[in-house]
Design a protein around this ligand. Structure first.
Ligand code: UT7
Length: 330
């Protein structure tokens, strides 16, 4: 095994300007602020209003900021992986579009589909490129324009999701001691019936009938997903801690996928973390799928210190879930 470790050496994120508040949703569907806040913790979410813009444009904003901040020129990037469930199109890949729009002329690109766990799966994949010694600058993007696949007449889902993107730069760890330390990633197709977008793929290609039946929107059976998310994330967080001989006191931050505040609180309690160590910004952005974790890391960047143990954890459609232990590198 190579002794090269991959480290996150920069982070940036972007959420579009338009704020869709609970008050506005009250005018669109039969819901109310009290229900949404008490059941989910969400107060508002950001929406990309311009119909000419897509997930790649969200990703471009995050990537541009990241390159600028880290003093990296676009030509230096060798690999771009974009985690998304809302690609601009089925193909070409959204990572390719992001690379084209930002001048990353020397990178090969691909998308990775693992729903709300996409950012973690992509981060682990990108880390392997660095650890192999083959590549030195890998960009991981999580970008989702969830408003494109949300049915704004369905109160059970439209209150949950928002649009956003985040990006991290992976490079070989300078000290070899900080960076991506360990990953526990899992999938179980038993969850496919509870969270899906029925039409638009090869099983149900888009037709007038699929559109009339609103099958190009998200369908979610919330309760089983909720239960699986709590036990799934708590399980992998505990597993990654055990494998690395860490107690809750040794961990500075937990960065959970932001799908529901009650899920986050349950996971924290099951893994013995006080909520003041848990990053939460769901009230501002809702569930931005592949963007939730980088949106958190970006907002907490100034509070993160070199050597901090940070556990990232996510759960999503598939089911897919996982936890990654990062020793913060800067
Ligand atoms: O990120 C990917 C993974 N996804 C998740 O992790 C989401 C997991 N699931 C959840 O977060 C929760 O299940 C939801 C927030 C989606 C729903 O919360 P819940 O506490 O499980 O509510 P429920 O679906 O059991 O619905 C309870 C009641 C129902 O009414 P009845 O049947 O009890 O009369 C719903 O019709 O709440 C009703 N309801 C609403 N009421 C007001 C559902 N949506 C709304 C709404 N406003 N927006």
């Amino acid at each position: 095994m190579s002794n090269i470790r991959a480290a996150i050496t920069g982070i940036h994120a972007y959420a579009p300007e338009y704020v869709l508040s609970n008050a506005e949703l009250e005018k669109m569907v039969d819901t109310n602020d009290e229900w949404i806040v008490s059941r989910t913790g969400i107060k508002e979410r950001r929406i990309l209003k311009d119909p000419a813009l897509a997930a790649s444009d969200l990703g471009v904003e995050a990537v541009k900021g990241l390159l600028e901040k880290t003093g990296t020129s676009p030509e230096e990037i060798e690999v771009v992986i974009c985690a998304t469930v809302t690609p601009d199109m089925m193909f070409p890949d959204t990572a390719n579009l992001i690379a084209f729009k930002t001048g990353m002329k020397n990178a090969f690109t691909f998308d990775l589909s693992a729903a709300c766990s996409g950012f973690l799966f992509a981060l682990n994949t990108g880390a392997k490129y660095i650890e192999s010694g083959t590549y030195k600058k890998v960009l991981i993007v999580g970008a989702d324009k969830m408003s494109a696949i949300v049915d704004y007449t369905d109160r059970s889902t439209c209150i949950l999701f928002g649009d956003g993107a985040g990006a991290v730069l992976l490079e070989p760890s300078k000290d070899g001691e900080t960076g991506i330390m360990d990953a526990v990633l899992k999938s179980d197709g038993v969850g496919a019936v509870n969270l899906y977008q029925r039409a638009g793929g090869s099983l149900n290609p888009a037709t007038h009938a699929t559109v009339d039946a609103k099958e190009h929107y998200i369908t979610q059976n919330g309760r089983p997903v909720f239960k699986a998310a709590v036990s799934g994330m708590a399980g992998v967080v505990k597993e990654v801690m055990k494998r690395n001989n860490l107690s809750a006191d040794d961990v500075a931050w937990v960065t959970p996928h932001q799908a529901n505040l009650r899920i986050i609180e349950s996971v924290a309690s099951m893994a013995d973390f006080p909520m003041d160590k848990v990053m939460v910004n769901i009230h501002k952005y809702g569930n931005t799928t592949a963007a939730t974790i980088p949106l958190c890391l970006w907002e907490w960047e100034n509070q993160l210190k070199k050597g901090d143990n940070v556990i990232l954890t996510a759960f999503g459609g598939g089911y897919t879930w996982g936890a990654i232990l990062v020793k913060w590198a800067y």
